[in-house]
Design a protein around this ligand. Sequence first.
Ligand code: PLP
Length: 457
Amino acid sequence: MELPFAESYKIKVVEPIRKSTREQRLAWIKEAKYNLFNLRSEHVFIDLLTDSGTGAMSHFQWAEMMLGDESYAGASSYYKMKDAISELLGFDYFLPTHQGRAAENVLFSVLVKEGNIVPGNSHFDTTKGHIEFRKASALDCTIDEAFDIHNPHPFKGNVDLNKLEAALQKDGDRIPFIIITVTCNTSGGQPVSMQNLRDISNLAKKYNKITVFDSARFAENAYFIKTREAGYENKSIREIVKEMFSYADAMTMSAKKDAIVNMGGFIAMRDQQLFRDATVFNIIFEGYITYGGMSGRDMNALAAGLYENTEFEVLETRIEQVAYLGKRLTEFGIEVQQPYGGHAIFVDAKSFLPHVAKEQFIAQTLAVELYIESGVRGVEIGTLLADRDPITRENRYPELEMVRLAIPRRTYTNNHMDVVAIALKNVWDRRDSIRTGYSLLYEAPIMRHFTVELQKI
Ligand SMILES: *Cc1c(COP(=O)(O)O)cnc(C)c1O
C-alpha cells in the first residue's frame, strides 16, 4: 500500500487549549458585540481567525532567538536577514518593518499620491486601506473566473491583462505602480501563475511602470506553480521563488505569514533611489534602517523562517492540511471556494444561509454561528470587510460573502480539522432555522471590521 500523508515535523512544545459550553459561548459572543475579534483567545477552542503570526516556530528558529544581536546599528541579525533576502529573493536593498502594513505605509508614503489609481489583483484590506487613506484608489483587475467559486481555474489570483492594459491606457498618468498579491488573499488564497507574473511585468515595462509584489504568501504561491504549472514540476521551490521575484521591482512582506514568525515584515527593492526615499519614512515611522521596528532576535528567526519555508516538504505539509479540511467540508455538501486555497478554506456563506439578507451581514452571521456551535473562530470576508465606498459612504456589497477558515502553520493537527468540519456540518444541518443576522451599533470610518459592534436582529 502507498503510505498515507503525514506531517514533516514532530512536536516538542505544546500549548493547552480549552473547550467551553454553548451557554458560555453565547454569553461571551454577546459581550463581544458579535465581533469575533473582540473575543478573548482563551474563549476560543480552535482559532482559525488568521494564519498571521500564529504559526509554530521550529527549534532552529528558537535557537536563533538566543543568538539575536540587539545592537542599535549594524547588528549581525540585520545582516542575517539581508543575506536571506538577497540569496532567496534576489533583492539587494531592504528595510525591516514591524509588520506588513508598516511596509505598505513606508513604501506608499513614497509612491502613492492623492488621485492615484493602483491596479492589481484583489488588494488586501490593509493595502487598500493605505491606498485609500492617501485619497487614491485601488483598481481590482483580477480575472473574472476568481469570482465564481466553482470554477476550478488553477490560478485564480491572476490579473486579467486586458483589464490592466485598459487601465494603463486610460489612466496611465495616474498610475504610479502595479501591485500583485501572491497568493491573492482576498480572492481566496489563490495563486498567480508564473506566466501571468511575466506578462504583467512586460506590460508594466511597456507603460514604464514599476511592479510591486505584496508577498506575504510568496512561498505558497511557488508551491502552486510547482504543482500546477507546466514546466515547473522539476524546479525547486527556491528556483521558482527566484524567478517570481525577478518580475518585481519592489516587494512588501508580512513575515507573519510565509516567514513563520510571530511579528515582522520588510520592504525590498532593486533601485537605490527608491531605497533612499523609503529610508526617510522608515526612520520616521519604524526605526533605524538596521532594525526598523524589529528586535535582533526576531530578525534572526525571520531569516531562518525564510529558508525553512522555501522547502517543498514544509509547504506540502501545510497546503495538504488546508486541502484536508476543504475535502471534508466538500464531502458534507458545504460549498467552499475551489480549488482550495493555500492558507485557508473559504466557505460560501450565501449558499449556506440563503434566508439572511445581505444588509444583515451573511458571512458574519455564519462565522458567529460556527463559534457558538463549537468555539471555532473563523473570520468574515464579506460586507463588513468590504467597507463603505470612500466617496459615497454607501455599503459595498461584494460578489462573494465568505467565512474564511485560516489555518496557522504547524499549529493544529488534522484531528482539529475534523472538529472544525463537523462543527460546520452541525450548523449546516440547522441552516434553515437561521433567518436573521445583525445590524450595526458602531463602526470606524475605515477598516471597520476589526472594531465593529453589532446587535442581533
Ligand atoms: C497580512 C497581509 C498584509 C498585512 O500584513 P500585517 O503583517 O498583518 O500588517 C498585507 N498583504 C497581505 C496579502 C497580507 O496577507
